[in-house]
Design a binder for this molecule. Sequence first.
Ligand SMILES: Nc1ncnc2c1ncn2[C@@H]1O[C@H](COP(=O)(O)OP(=O)(O)OP(=O)(O)O)[C@@H](O)[C@H]1O
Ligand SMILES: [Mg+2]
Length: 251
Amino acid sequence: MTLPLLQLNSVGVHFGALKAVDRATLHLRAGERVAILGPNGAGKTTLFNAITGMTPATCGTVLFDGHDITRASPESRAQRGIARTFQITNLFFGLSIEDNLLLATRGLSPAKFSMWRTDRAQGAEKEIVDSALAKCHLASKRSLLVKEISYGEQRQLELAMSLTSSPRVLLLDEPAAGLSPAERVVMAQVIRGLPSTLALILIEHDIDLALGLVDRVICMFQGTVLVEGTPDEIRRNPQVQEIYLGKPRHA
Ligand SMILES: Nc1ncnc2c1ncn2[C@@H]1O[C@H](COP(=O)(O)OP(=O)(O)OP(=O)(O)O)[C@@H](O)[C@H]1O
Ligand SMILES: [Mg+2]
């Protein structure tokens, strides 16, 4: 049995008296795909923040590839191979898709990015950019400015940018939020087509979309991990039906 790549042991994230995450235990193996479901305020995003280091755990431990990273900086966690999707606000709307990816690859600000330099992606950089474009179905649109593309394509670009660091674990916080039904289909195809060696944790409110993309599901409620199981087990679980869906489901 291989050791988990990512392991959370009884992690808590407390804001004063509020236990946004309360004794959450979770493990993820290399290449495994897990969805986190739960109602608004369940602690899903806060759990991601404890993994990436944006809000370190108040108690408990986070292990990645055998190392205790509970107190590590977000930068060192990213260097070890933990990535999350960028927010839309991190996109440079006046630059092309390709240049946004080049910036993400170089970790530069646009101020340092001179369009006057013969500064196109070359060699290893070009490979990284081309691979991210292809994985996110954006290769044919690489020259378009971000302000010219659809919202769905902007979200695909966020995902592409998170791939430029060659992560081993990717955390996706509601990648399909705000997308049209057609855009959701494309996003699901993109996620499904990501490399099988990349481990994923997906937060998603669209239960049918989420369950179609993962091997295992964790349902959170009021900071705690309430239920864990396969997509089929989760669909049938009465607690999930009652708490997450609000009412019994008659399939
Ligand atoms: N920085 C913070 N300071 C104080 N409380 C916070 C902070 N961040 C989150 N919370 C609270 O922690 C709880 C969990 O929030 P979180 O954003 O993790 O929920 P979520 O499951 O991601 O919800 P949603 O589905 O709406 O995105 C909420 O009650 C929220 O108000
Ligand atoms: Mg959230």
